[in-house]
Design a protein around this ligand. Sequence first.
Ligand SMILES: Cc1cc2nc3c(=O)[nH]c(=O)nc-3n(C[C@H](O)[C@H](O)[C@H](O)COP(=O)(O)OP(=O)(O)OC[C@H]3O[C@@H](n4cnc5c(N)ncnc54)[C@H](O)[C@@H]3O)c2cc1C
Length: 447
Amino acid sequence: MKNKKVAIIGAGITGLTSAFYLKKAGIPFRIFEKSDRIGGVMQTKTDGTFLYETGPNSGVISHAEMADLFSDLKGKCTLEIADDASGKRLIWKGKSWHALPSGLFSAITTPLFSLSDKFRVLGEPFRKKGNNPLEDLASLVKRRLGNSFLDYAIDPFILGIYAGNPAYIVPKYALPKLYNLEQNYGSFIGGAIKKARIPKTEDDLKANRKIFSAKGGLKNLIAALAEEIGSEHIQLNTSIQIVDSAFTVRINDKNEHFSDVIYTGITPNISDLMPFIDTKHFEPLEKLHYAKVVEASIGFKNWQGIKLDAFGGLVPFKEDKNILGVLFMSSLFKNRAPESGALFTVFSGGIRKAYLAELPENELKTIIGNDFKEMMGLKTFTPDLFELNYYKHAIAQYGADSEARLAAIEHIEKEFKGLYLAGSMRDGVGIADRVKQGKNIAKQIAN
Ligand SMILES: Cc1cc2nc3c(=O)[nH]c(=O)nc-3n(C[C@H](O)[C@H](O)[C@H](O)COP(=O)(O)OP(=O)(O)OC[C@H]3O[C@@H](n4cnc5c(N)ncnc54)[C@H](O)[C@@H]3O)c2cc1C
């Protein structure tokens, strides 16, 4: 422990979480961030009227580590759990929104799924389990539930998390809990019932799956972490290179030695950062696909559209619209818009419509505005806030190539002990996944 000194590459939530827990363990570290600010894709902005997020808008408390982080930052930032409205999810079909069923009655009456598929669900527990670990999500859902469940439940769900295509996503890597339900219990429904009967551990109870932000926006989570870490340990505007397998790091033309290195960035060109490792080992990492996304923050001082009593709405690919979904941000979290107003986040692009995430602002404003008007019950699209943010590598897509990528990561980490390849190239794409990963790496280094 005495000789430890860790280089953390990237000051997003992964790097900051690792640093926070390394500091708690008394291990020296430095964070190197190539941009001029901390937070990575996570950023909260204000124009004086609206408080809006760019990058992630909220997270899910899907791991105990996420709940623990807020407890560990008590007094520095406050967890904000979304309004109860967040339980209601809307799906666009035809010319209107429909709530995703939340109980038996709504499941029977919903127009989202076909009558034959509703009957077919009754047979789900008796269907044979799959035996192809690389089966894609679309095939899995068609096999167990039917086409309309794929189109109007799973497809929009995958758009919401991955901006992805269910025919590419492989559940074993992208949705391991769902995959394991079928593998371990033979059925989604039967498995869910049996799992619900298993007594919950303390960690299970902490991971309550509630939607969260930080009071005042996610920037306050980042700011609290930075305050605890200490700004003297964070070096901005710094691109580095790891020169050799002894982790000599070249920083602004000077060499410095580290015992461990944590990389938290994206995978394209990762081999340039570590030229001492044979590029062939990085090939499966550099092939990882990312969804391109454009995110529109849209605010109205006086809202005159539909009632906003939900988390937001998702738009299935089959509906052939130009937006992936709308989040009703001012209904979820406090003080995001004036009392009579409303704040939304709209996503466009994604794996199947990447070209949209490359269009210029004026074109996108018209395209997004047309869908928004129709879906949100407006006669004209004249928002008081309209800001676009483009993400070329927004969300990693866990497809069948994950097997080779994870094997390559394991191989590199084994060969170069002390190197941790982290971020969304593995372990999930949500904020809570990043926090769990960052904390676990700090723990591994401390042990
Ligand atoms: C548009 C969008 C919407 C999202 N929505 C949600 C959501 O609603 N809920 C949710 O849970 N998750 C969401 N996510 C995912 C979530 O935001 C990310 O998983 C998480 O914030 C990633 O954190 P990170 O620290 O791993 O990576 P990043 O935030 O990307 O940070 C990595 C940092 O490393 C720096 N870096 C990279 N390479 C180098 C280098 N060579 N040298 C120095 N610095 C380097 C980068 O500049 C960056 O600051 C969304 C992501 C995007 C893009």
